[in-house]
Design a protein around this ligand. Structure first.
Ligand SMILES: NC(=O)c1ccc[n+]([C@@H]2O[C@H](COP(=O)([O-])OP(=O)(O)OC[C@H]3O[C@@H](n4cnc5c(N)ncnc54)[C@H](O)[C@@H]3O)[C@@H](O)[C@H]2O)c1
Length: 567
């Protein structure tokens, strides 16, 4: 390695192009080589390097034509074979005789795919993490396969700029005028591209794309590979990045909430994913997130699901439904015995029971801390715990109001307050289900307290869904109708003496038993709602019909609401 005039070390490629190389961290630690894309230079990795270099030797370099590296004399110098020679030259210099872990983004990933399937790198690479840059031959094969017309059309629409970049002169004009840099920076929130790098890099598109896409020769690799596919990538859609299993048998796919430049927006998430793969490949344990990312793994295998009020009814059935699909469940209830019974019914040896009163903010904070420490950040949180209350507004005391608002509304607020920020910070998405009720949109003269809490939960869920969408966190308001559970036996009937209350509880329980809509059916609806990321999920026919009527003929519902239907 020699030193360039500006002080950064350089490596010389076989065709004489000198490349600026940067190294950080302990040279004895596992080596990660990060390759940037277009129109970036090595600084796109700054955040990732700062995180990874704590326990890795991190090597970055400026790709030919970018940053501190020289540009080849003509277009042919940008062909993928030259870019592979650059990588080999860097490895010979900074990691001779060692296997390295590769990490690459955008064009860096495209060229690295070419490299990892090239015999010249055989035996020199331990793993590959690819972000937003599939192999060009894989792209060609993917378009030809046309597995989904919708996906293909979506990608074709997203690829407009690759056509523009291959036209003569116009793209140079766009970059030199400063317009391109301003536009990309405004759209993506990234620093403005350096004009020289952006103009040079156009040759990557011109030298490589046409022939690969027209006549793909897909090559395989047996390396451990993980694809980190940003969910909101405007240029490389997730289906095209990830539909490559036939060429990459040891493949993991992780969907990272974010746009094309996730290495800049979420360096912590990228560094964590790389660290997990490196640790596993170097003989350490396989993190659950990595295990789940393997092809063929079920949607819910090893996912972490927290369910409150899971000692009975809908909560218990939902806990069991997710557990049957392979998830680990954290069962919470104010009644520890019933929570433990749910865990016994799950019987997977890893799900756990916890005694928590959801209306107690402090207890919920402690609970969330314990979940993260002992189990990790949940993938799904189901704020289900709730109580029933019926009777007139006039008979509802302040204490009644406080109790039902504390449990049904504050319980949900506490659950969201504790877990939503954790999921957001974690950066790998998730889902929150808030159990409301069809009473949220069906007024009833004897349900003012209960329905008020449930409509608040519905509105909270809608607002939170809007707020968390960009973080890949879905929020569902679940609105069941009449479901046969214990709730009818514990519902408070305000304005009645103990004997009358008991008689009403019995009568209501009998009516719900006759209706016989089981919590197990609700649980299946919960799983479906999460899988399809539904905003508002009515469950039971009456909840569906009620929702339609509330939109079409609210006047009719108001008239029905005036009828006294007390049992
Ligand atoms: N059953 C229905 O017809 C129906 C209809 C619509 C909505 N819901 C809602 O579904 C949810 C579940 O109700 P269910 O029907 O399964 O009732 P359920 O009584 O069978 O179960 C509720 C569980 O929540 C627990 N719980 C109550 N208060 C708690 C608190 N403060 N902290 C922790 N746990 C607490 C209870 O111990 C119980 O295990 C509730 O929010 C309820 O309002 C039920």
């Amino acid at each position: 390695m020699s030193n360039k005039r500006d002080g950064s070390p350089t490596v010389t490629s076989p065709d004489g192009v000198r490349l600026a190389v940067q190294t950080t961290g302990d040279p004895a630690a596992p080596a990660v080589v990060a390759v940037h894309g277009y129109p970036d230079d090595h600084t796109v990795w700054d955040g990732v390097v700062a995180d990874l270099a704590v326990d890795h030797h991190v090597i970055t370099y400026d790709v030919r034509g970018a940053g501190g590296s020289e540009a080849p004399r003509d277009r042919s110098g940008y062909r993928l074979d030259h870019l592979t020679e650059d990588l080999v030259a860097v490895l010979d210099e900074v990691a001779p005789g060692r296997k390295v872990h590769l990490l690459a983004h955008d064009w860096g990933a495209i060229q690295t795919w070419h490299s990892v399937t090239d015999p010249r790198l055989a035996g020199r690479v331990a793993s590959y993490t690819s972000i937003s840059g599939p192999d060009l031959d894989h792209i060609g094969a993917w378009f030809r396969r046309r597995s989904s017309l919708r996906d293909v059309l979506r990608q074709a629409r997203a690829s407009w700029y690759t056509v523009l970049f291959r036209t003569p002169r116009l793209p140079e004009l766009i970059w030199r005028s400063g317009l391109g840099a301003r536009l990309v920076s405004a759209m993506e929130g990234v620093p403005r591209a350096v004009t020289r790098d952006a103009v040079n890099g156009l040759e990557l598109y011109r030298a490589n794309i046409a022939e690969r896409i027209a006549d793909p020769q897909p090559r395989r690799t047996d390396l451990p590979v993980q694809v980190l596919a940003p969910t909101r990538d405007r240029y490389v859609t997730p289906p095209m990045q990830t539909g490559i299993g036939e060429f990459v048998p040891d493949l993991r796919v992780r969907h990272i909430p974010g746009g094309h430049w996730v290495p800049r927006s979420r360096p912590d998430v990228i560094a964590r994913a790389v660290r997990e793969l490196v640790t596993h490949v170097e003989g350490g344990t396989e993190a659950p997130a990595l295990r789940r990312a393997r092809a063929g793994t079920g949607r819910w295998t090893d996912r972490l699901v927290v369910v409150t009020g899971a000692g009975s009814g809908i909560g218990r059935a939902t806990a069991l439904a997710f557990a049957r699909r392979g998830a680990e469940i954290v069962v919470a209830d104010r009644d520890l015995d019933t929570a433990q019974r749910t865990v016994d019914l799950i019987g997977d040896g890893r799900s756990t029971a916890h005694q928590v009163d959801v209306s107690d903010g402090g207890a919920m904070e402690e609970f969330a801390k314990l979940v993260v420490t002992e189990h990790g950040v949940p993938d799904v949180v189901i704020n289900n715990a709730g109580i029933g209350m019926a009777g007139s507004f006039a008979d509802t005391t302040l204490a009644d109001w406080q109790r039902i608002v504390d449990v049904n509304l504050w319980g949900v607020i506490h659950g969201c307050r504790q877990f939503a920020p954790l999921m957001k910070e974690h950066g790998e998405g998730g889902h929150i289900v808030n159990v409301a009720s069809a009473a949220a949109y069906l007024p009833q003269r004897t349900l003012s307290a209960y329905a008020t809490t449930k409509s608040a939960v519905l509105t909270l869920s809608e607002c939170l869904r809007a707020e968390l969408g960009d973080d890949g966190i879905g929020v569902t308001a679940l609105c069941p109708g009449f479901v046969h559970t214990n709730i009818t036996a514990t519902t408070r009937f305000v304005g009645t003496d103990a004997a009358t209350e008991q008689q009403r509880q019995k009568a209501t329980t009998a009516a719900y038993a006759k209706r016989n809509y089981t919590p197990e059916r609700v649980a299946e609806a919960v799983v479906r709602a999460v899988e399809k990321d539904v905003a508002l999920a009515p469950v039971t026919p009456e909840a569906h019909v009620g929702l339609a009527l509330s939109r079409l003929t609210p006047g009719l519902l108001r008239a029905v609401a005036r009828k006294d239907v007390s049992l």
